[in-house]
Design a binder for this molecule. Structure first.
Ligand SMILES: [Zn+2]
Ligand SMILES: [Zn+2]
Length: 378
C-alpha cells in the first residue's frame, strides 16, 4: 500500500504551493541521509517525501492525484518512483532547471557533491521536422560535441596504475562542517572542491579532469503527433560528469514546419475547403485533403460558408499513443469570377425567381462595336 502524499508531508489537502514547499523542506531536512547515515527508515521517508513533493508541486499531477489517487499517476510515467537518493538529487535538479538542484534551492547546499565527481552539464539541441515527419513520427540523427569520460583513465583523472588519494582536508567527505549555534553548516571542501579525492598523478590524455571532448552522432526518436516547440529530455546524454560524476541530460527541442493547408489545434487538424455555389445549394460529395490520403465529405444541401464538418479520428495521433484527433473541414463558398454566357443566362433566370434586383447584363465587346458603327449588316 502506498502512503497518501499529503500524509507523507503532514499537510492538509488544501495546502498551498508555499505550504507544500516548506513541508517538504522540513521533512527532507529531518530525514536527509547526511543526518541519518545508515538509517534505512530515514532513507525510506526521505524518498517518500521527495515523491510526494514531486507530485504535489506540479499542478497537473496534483489535480490528477486528487481525483484518482495513485492510479491517476500510474499510466503515463508520472510518478517516477525514486530508486536511490542520487536519483532524487538528479530529478529535482531538472525540475528547478539549470544545474542547481532542489537542495541548493531549499537548503543552500548541493546534494550532488556527496562523494564522486560533479554532475555534467546539460546540453541542448534542435531538430526540425516536416509536417509529414511530425504526423508519422521520425528518427533524427544529430551531431554534437560533448565531454565524455576519458578512456585512458576510465574517467578517474588519475594516470593508469595510480589512483586518486582521499582528501586529507575533509577526510574524504567532500564537505566541512561548522557548528553555528543550533545548526551545523556544511560547506563544500575548498581543497578537493567537494569530490573527497585528490589526484596526485594526473592522466596525460585528459589532464586529470577525467573527461575529453568527443563528437557524437545521437539518434533522437520523435513520437508521432509531437507539438511544435516540445522539449525531449534524453537522460544522461549530456556532458559527462567530473571524475565519473553523473552525466547531464540532453534536451532536444523539436520544431515542426507549418503545413500549407492544415492548421493544428491540439490533435485536431483544421482545413478550409472551397465549394461552389451550386454544391453548397444542392449538396455534393467533396474530396478534401487528409494526412495520408484524400478524404470524402458529404456536403449537405444548403451548406453555408464557414460550416464545419468533422471527420472523427482523421486528425493527428496522440503523442502518447492514445488515439487520434479529428479532421475539421470548414467550407468556403466561392463566388465564380467568370461565367460562360450559358451560365450567366441560367443565373439571370434564377435571379428572376428570387425577385431581387441584379445588375443589367454587361454588353460584350462586339455589341459595343455594333452600337458605335450602326447596324450595317441589316
Ligand atoms: Zn584521463
Ligand atoms: Zn576535501
Amino acid at each position: 500500500m502506498k502512503r497518501d502524499y499529503y500524509e507523507s508531508l503532514s499537510i492538509g489537502r488544501d495546502a498551498t504551493a508555499e505550504d507544500i514547499k516548506s513541508a517538504y523542506r522540513r521533512e527532507a531536512l529531518k530525514h536527509h541521509p547526511d543526518r541519518n547515515p545508515g538509517d534505512r527508515e530515514a532513507e525510506r521517508k526521505f524518498k517518500e517525501a521527495a515523491e510526494a513533493y514531486e507530485v504535489l508541486s506540479d499542478q497537473g499531477k496534483r489535480q490528477r492525484y486528487d481525483r484518482f489517487g495513485h492510479d491517476g499517476l500510474r499510466s503515463s510515467g508520472n510518478s517516477r518512483g525514486f530508486s536511490s537518493v542520487e536519483d532524487i538529487f538528479s530529478a529535482f535538479g531538472d525540475i528547478f532547471g539549470g544545474g542547481g538542484s532542489v537542495f541548493e534551492d531549499l537548503f543552500g547546499f548541493s546534494g550532488g557533491s556527496r562523494g564522486g565527481g560533479r554532475r555534467g552539464a546539460s546540453l541542448r539541441c534542435e531538430v526540425r521536422l516536416s509536417f509529414d515527419e511530425m504526423a508519422h513520427g521520425a528518427e533524427k540523427t544529430i551531431r554534437l560535441k560533448r565531454a565524455e569520460a576519458c578512456e585512458t583513465c576510465s574517467g578517474t583523472g588519475a594516470r593508469p596504475g595510480t589512483s586518486p588519494r582521499s582528501c586529507a582536508y575533509c577526510g574524504g567527505r567532500g564537505e566541512i562542517q561548522q557548528s553555528q549555534g543550533f545548526f551545523a553548516i556544511r560547506t563544500t571542501c575548498p581543497r578537493c572542491r567537494g569530490e573527497g579525492k585528490m589526484i596526485e598523478d594526473p592522466c596525460h590524455d585528459c589532464g586529470g579532469h577525467g573527461r575529453v571532448a568527443r563528437t557524437r552522432e545521437i539518434s533522437v526518436k520523435i513520437p508521432a503527433g509531437i507539438e511544435d516547440g516540445t522539449r525531449i529530455r534524453m537522460t544522461g546524454e549530456g556532458e559527462a560528469g567530473d571524475h565519473n560524476g553523473p552525466a547531464g541530460d540532453l534536451y532536444c527541442e523539436v520544431y515542426v514546419s507549418r503545413h500549407p493547408l492544415f492548421e493544428r489545434e491540439g490533435m485536431d487538424l483544421i482545413c478550409e475547403v472551397p465549394i461552389t455555389f451550386s454544391q453548397a445549394s444542392l449538396g455534393a460529395k467533396v474530396m478534401v485533403p487528409g494526412i495520408d490520403r484524400q478524404e470524402e465529405i458529404e456536403v449537405h444541401r444548403g451548406t453555408q460558408s464557414g460550416s464545419m464538418f468533422r471527420l472523427r479520428g482523421r486528425g493527428l495521433p496522440d503523442v502518447h499513443g492514445r488515439g487520434h484527433g479529428d479532421l475539421l473541414v470548414r467550407t468556403v463558398v466561392e463566388t465564380p469570377k467568370r461565367l460562360s454566357s450559358r451560365q450567366e443566362e441560367l443565373l439571370r433566370e434564377f435571379a428572376e425567381t428570387e425577385e431581387v434586383s441584379v445588375s443589367p447584363r454587361r454588353k460584350t465587346f462586339f455589341e459595343k462595336v455594333k452600337d458605335l458603327f450602326g447596324q450595317e449588316d441589316e
